[in-house]
Design a protein around this ligand. Structure first.
Ligand code: GLU
Length: 491
């Protein structure tokens, strides 16, 4: 019988989680949901010097935004808590002491100065760095002397000096390290805090973790963990190390490639659906070609076997494309609701708030095809909301037209629009297309000044649809303003 799947995301609250961390959480979550297992959030906050205020909240908010809900964790509790390592210090201390008693670990009294001098010497001699094991064989008398001098020791693990330590990784296969390359690492610091290694092993065992999914950068720590598992007499979990995420140029992922912390994507107007789909496909694939997958499809199809050693590429262009796809798939009501906070924040301050939600709803279909991110929507739509358009009147003048001919054209257009009793796309089309013909100009020579007049811009949604949403009053006012600008220009 295999043990039930219990996986944990174990972030250290040292900053804002990046895509790589979140991908780990996502694989944990997908694996748990696919197998009907348990997803645990554990905060590894024992490195007091690196703790960042607000990081835990930020991590939780990011996970929640993506819908990565945890079954056990700091706020929801669970049978294996507490889920903050800083609240489990006694457990680590007892575990370390147990290994000392068993002869698998020892107290080390070396001062930071001595360790630093040792390190410098190793560098100078081009020797591999690592503790020289001075305290490994202290006699009881020597130990007693150090103790009575009041020196607070650390606890180090006694790594065998010979042989090998290996483990089987689901992605990397059999990984083997020479014990001679592993130094007697610290398990418990002199202030009573555990190191990552000790706390990680103690908790993974105590919380009955079945699979450890984490970044490849932890591979070199794993043999130390295996050694500790053996010393404790515990069964180690299954290991699944994920390759680091790379940019399209195969260099380490950085800001330059468009990498940000998770909530920055939210604030930039990426949809959580997009991020979920996109991140899940960094290093996992269904069949090497399927790009669009819903959360449900990912849960149904997720398997550890299809995680790869390669292909963990972060492609910002793909992300933007995918977000466009998801934005286009939203209903207008949904898009409106999601766009509102962005409009509120991004539209010029002089635009009256609260925004008219019905009007926003009318505007949305016009930009749904074009918007790649929600944060672009204010810029794409601001002319729908603003009272005053500031544009260069020269933009009103189409090819082979002059200020005067444009002015006349717009005046006629305005006159013809005025009596319209209904003002919609079809009516405008039926009115304006023949008008160009009547005036003996090309359609573009009428439409392009009209477009600029009503929007102040040259690239916009389709003219008639846009005019319909803007409404007759606003369009006429703007056409008249354009006429006035042209008059100034030609006088
Ligand atoms: N606290 C470690 C981190 O921040 C956890 C690594 C692991 O999953 O073992 O990534």
């Amino acid at each position: 019988m295999t043990a039930p799947v219990r996986v944990r995301f174990a972030p250290s609250p040292t900053g804002r989680p990046q895509v790589g961390n979140i991908r780990t959480a996502m694989f944990d979550w997908l694996f748990a949901r696919h197998t009907g297992g348990t997803f645990i959030l554990r905060i590894e906050d024992t490195d007091v010097t690196r703790k960042v205020e607000g990081a835990v909240e930020y991590i939780m908010e990011g996970l929640k935004w993506l819908g990565l809900d945890w079954d056990e964790g700091p706020d929801v509790g669970g049978d294996y808590g507490p889920y903050y390592q800083s609240q489990r210090l006694d457990l680590y201390k007892q575990a370390a002491e147990r290994l000392v008693e068993q002869g698998n670990a020892y107290y080390c009294y070396c001062s930071p100065e001595r360790l630093e001098a040792m390190r410098k010497e190793q560098v100078a001699r081009k020797q591999p760095p690592g503790y020289d094991r001075l305290c490994r064989n202290l006699s009881p008398q020597e130990t007693a002397a150090k103790e009575s001098a009041g020196i607070k020791p650390v606890v180090r693990f006694k790594v065998p000096t010979e042989g090998q330590t290996g483990f089987h990784d689901l992605i990397y296969g059999d990984v083997v390290f020479e014990n001679s390359n592993i130094d007697d690492f610290v398990m418990l610091k002199s202030d009573g805090y555990p190191t990552y290694h000790l706390a990680n092993v103690v908790d993974d065992h105590a919380m009955k973790i079945s699979h450890v999914i984490r970044g490849e950068d932890w591979i070199s720590s794993t043999p130390r963990h295996i050694l500790m598992y053996r010393a404790f007499g515990y069964e180690p979990p299954q290991y699944i190390h994920n390759p680091l995420i790379l940019g399209p140029d195969r260099s380490k992922l950085s800001k330059r490639h468009g990498a940000m912390s998770i909530l920055e994507y939210r604030d930039d107007g990426y949809l959580p659906e997009t991020m979920f789909n996109f991140i899940a496909l960094i290093g996992w694939s269904l069949d090497d070609k399927t790009e669009l997958m819903t959360r449900q499809q990912l849960v149904e199809n997720f398997s550890l076997e299809r995680m790869g050693k390669t292909g963990a590429i972060f492609n910002k262009e793909k992300l933007d494309w995918m977000n466009g796809v998801y934005i286009r798939s939203l209903t207008i009501d949904d898009l409106t609701q999601r766009a509102l906070p962005f409009l509120d924040k991004g539209l010029p301050e002089n635009i009256k708030r609260p925004l008219d939600v019905d009007y926003v709803r009318q505007v949305m279909p016009l930009i749904q095809e074009r918007a790649k991110k929600l944060a672009e929507i204010p810029e794409l739509t601001k002319f729908f909301f603003t009272e005053e358009l500031n544009y260069d009147p020269a933009l009103l003048i189409a090819k082979n037209m002059t200020a005067e001919s444009t002015l006349k054209t717009l005046e006629v257009a305005s006159q013809r629009i005025q009596p319209l009793s209904s003002f919609n796309e079809e009516v405008l089309e039926a009115l304006l297309r023949p008008l160009a013909e009547e005036l003996g100009i090309k359609a573009g020579q009428l439409f392009s000044p009209l477009r600029t007049a009503v929007s102040g811009e040259t690239a916009t949604p389709p003219l008639f649809e846009m005019m319909e949403v803007l409404g007759k009053g606003r369009c006429l006012k703007r056409i008249d303003e354009a006429v006035a600008k042209l008059k100034k220009l030609s006088s």
